[in-house]
Design a protein around this ligand. Structure first.
Ligand code: DAH
Length: 338
């Protein structure tokens, strides 16, 4: 009978060895481990043996059953853990959305402006965000005690030189361009600018400007007006109405500002345009002879015009919003509209 036990044990171990799924394991159970199976048959046979043989054979049979049951349990457990580590698909889960990035409205405006001015023959130049007092103020005809300096609340940077600051406008890039290039010069200069201002619906401490500069022989104010007019029409449509108002900047003489009709009330007067019907879009003027001189250009020979747009302002008018902060909050819901 020992032989029979060993044979059955070997047979069962052989079968268990190759089982790799729950179905085969169940079949094994049905074939060998049920009440009417061959293992139980051996236990039944044990009962018929003489009492002297029972202990030895019974022990052998029990060892056999224990071995097989352990092996069976191990396989069952490992198959179950395989099942639970397989990815399950929950068909009721909402689908995963992929969020598509897009160009920020400020940079959409910038691109459009660069395109408009490039078509008018302007190149693009850049300058540093960290400037010195000379380029930001002095060279632009802000004298040391000039009251116009008060117009700018400036972030100064701690340094040994005491004249280092975050540029308050893109106008210092004009100076750098004129120092490097000989006229004719026809360039726009986009970039970030910084002012120590309280943040509100109308102002930010960090924003963007585009500076423009045209220097050549016999440049006139009429050309400046024409350029601003073409810009307004290309940016806001052929039917846009605009007007020029006299203004003051230390680096231009004469100076002007251009307004366009308010996008919200179409000129009737509302909260956004402070009931005037007009919104300011650009400061401009004829480059002051002192600025030309400071940059090594003879004002007797050359003249030129300059202009400076706030890109946020142009964007607000383009997309019809009245709070500048919306452009810097990076709110996905807001940005995905454009
Ligand atoms: N720099 C001026 C500002 O930040 C804007 C400006 C006005 C630029 C007139 C110009 C200009 O070039 O001619 O307010």
């Amino acid at each position: 009978m020992i032989q029979e036990i060993n044979n059955l044990k070997a047979e069962m171990l052989g079968k268990l060895e190759i089982i790799n799924n729950a179905k085969d394991l169940e079949q094994f159970r049905l074939d060998y481990l049920v009440k009417k199976g061959p293992l139980q048959a051996l236990f039944d046979k044990l009962k018929t043996l003489p009492n002297t043989e029972k202990p030895l054979i019974g022990k052998e049979l029990n060892v056999c059953r224990k071995t097989i049951e352990e092996k069976f349990g191990d396989i069952k457990q490992s198959l179950e853990s395989q099942v639970s580590s397989e990815p399950t698909i929950d068909l009721t889960l909402p689908g995963r959305r992929s969020f598509k990035g897009s160009y920020h409205p400020i940079y959409q405006t910038l691109d459009k402006m660069v395109e408009i001015f490039a078509n008018l023959g302007f190149t693009v130049a850049n300058g540093p965000d960290i400037e010195d007092d000379y380029h930001n103020f002095d060279a632009l005809n802000f004298q040391a005690d000039h009251p116009a300096r008060d117009m700018q609340d400036t972030f100064f940077i701690k340094s040994d030189r005491n004249d280092v600051l975050l540029r308050t406008h893109t106008s210092p890039v004009q100076v750098r361009v004129m120092q490097l290039q000989k006229p004719p010069i026809r360039t726009i200069m986009p970039g970030r600018v910084y002012r120590n201002e309280a943040i509100s619906s109308r102002s930010l401490a960090e924003f963007h400007q585009i500076e423009g500069l045209y220097i050549d022989k016999n440049v006139t104010f009429a050309e400046l007006k024409a350029t601003m007019m073409v810009f307004a029409q290309k940016m806001y449509g052929e039917n846009i109405k605009f007007r020029f108002r006299p203004s003051f900047f230390p680096f231009t003489e004469p100076s002007a500002e251009m307004d366009i009709t308010c996008y919200l009330c179409n000129g009737k007067g509302c909260r956004v345009c402070k009931h005037s019907g007009w919104l300011e879009v650009v400061g401009c003027g004829m480059v002051h002879p002192n600025v030309l001189k400071n940059c090594g250009i003879d004002p007797e020979e050359y003249s030129g015009y300059a202009f400076g747009f706030g890109i946020e302002r142009v964007t607000m008018l383009r997309i019809g919003i009245d709070d500048i902060r919306l452009l810097h909050e990076n709110n996905y819901k807001f940005l995905s509209q454009f």
